[in-house]
Design a protein around this ligand. Structure first.
Ligand SMILES: Cc1cc2nc3c(=O)[nH]c(=O)nc-3n(C[C@H](O)[C@H](O)[C@H](O)COP(=O)(O)OP(=O)(O)OC[C@H]3O[C@@H](n4cnc5c(N)ncnc54)[C@H](O)[C@@H]3O)c2cc1C
Length: 313
């Protein structure tokens, strides 16, 4: 890493948001020798997405060793797809070890940002009523912290608890309860998987069935974790696995070409899933997408089709 030039070091930096992107920007600037850095975070803690999403069963669907800062690989990931709490703890630890926590102003939302042409400086309006200034503003804007809350007719008459998965209500007693899940994306899939084993009845309301890619679920053994610790190149190899990246590029390269052979291959892989695993033909039909795989983000799951066939769902 190069040292910042003298001019860079003297600049003041405002980083808006302390998710994994904002944390990274702060770590890198701090390491380059910048001394005037402030990170504004509207909540009480960092790690953004992984702090918000505390619903039962969240995991990444990128291999944990790829979903890591390259300079802080983690030999202790418990599984190929780590769970949300673990990811939150990992990014928080990296931020703490890097010494950037004192640079973060928590409970401080940035409400406005205006460039003052006359004085060549950014004026930053904060929820505390203060206005701060900085030479450079880095907006590390996650998009998912704005929850999309549906408003189905009759919701106002519903007497039970109703909340968004990214605002999980810990007092909600989902064990043994009857739970309705609105949505069919990655989060809903993970929720159905988790609650089908805990709740008495799970009803999933989906607008359209999803393309779901089968992926392996496997925990790392203590021996594997010891090997990662001894030889970090093993972790880098998982993060850079050509097979994994070939799958990603197969999808992204053909996103705009639905009749390509690669897209047909993706659909064939996904199709095997319901056809192989769902015994009830009516249910299999409800789960089979009727649009090309590239129209929506693919969902990765190792157990959805098994879970939707449990008696509780
Ligand atoms: C359940 C789930 C699973 C996911 N799994 C994966 C995965 O496997 N692989 C993958 O690549 N991606 C995944 N994602 C996407 C994930 O959001 C990104 O990978 C990443 O965490 C985004 O980080 P970020 O720092 O850009 O934004 P965020 O994590 O959203 O952080 C933004 C931060 O900014 C704060 N903030 C927002 N507005 C303001 C403001 N005005 N002032 C001050 N602070 C503000 C928020 O409180 C938040 O802390 C997943 C997302 C979800 C919800």
């Amino acid at each position: 890493m190069q040292d910042a030039g003298q001019n860079d070091k003297n600049l003041s930096y405002a980083i808006i948001r302390a998710g994994i992107s904002g944390i990274l920007a702060a770590i890198k600037l701090h390491a380059r020798g910048a001394t005037n850095i402030l990170v504004y975070e509207k909540t009480t803690a960092l790690a953004g997405t992984w702090l918000d999403n505390r619903y039962p069963g969240p995991t990444c669907d990128t291999p944990s060793h790829a979903y890591s800062y390259s300079f802080a690989l983690n030999p202790d990931w418990s599984a190929y797809y780590a769970c949300g709490a673990e990811i939150n703890a990992d990014f928080t630890k990296v931020a703490t070890d890097s010494g950037i926590i004192p640079l973060i102003r928590f409970n401080t939302e940035v409400l406005s940002c205006r460039f003052d042409e006359e004085h060549c400086i950014w004026r930053i309006g904060l929820s505390t009523g203060e206005t701060e200034q900085a030479d450079l503003v880095i907006v590390a804007s996650g998009v998912l912290h704005h929850s999309n809350i549906p408003d189905p007719p009759g919701l106002d008459r519903y007497a039970g608890k109703a909340f968004h998965s990214a605002r999980w209500d810990d007092s909600a007693m989902v064990d043994g309860a009857k739970v309705g899940i609105i949505g069919g994306g990655s989060t809903s899939t993970q929720l159905v998987n988790a609650l089908s084993k805990r709740s008495a009845r799970v009803i999933q309301f989906q607008r359209s069935p999803q393309w779901i890619t089968p992926v392996p679920k496997f925990p790392y053994t203590p021996e594997q974790r010891a090997a990662f610790r001894d030889d970090p190149s093993l972790m880098a190899a998982i993060g850079n696995d050509p097979q994994y990246w070939a799958n990603i590029y197969r999808f992204t390269d053909d996103l705009t070409n639905f009749i390509s052979s690669q897209m047909a291959e993706i659909e064939a892989i996904c199709r095997q899933n319901p056809e192989m695993n769902v015994s009830d033909p009516d249910l299999g039909e409800k789960l089979r997408p009727n649009y090309p795989a590239g129209c929506k983000r693919l969902i990765y799951s190792w157990e959805y089709y098994q879970c939707v066939q449990l008696a509780s769902v």
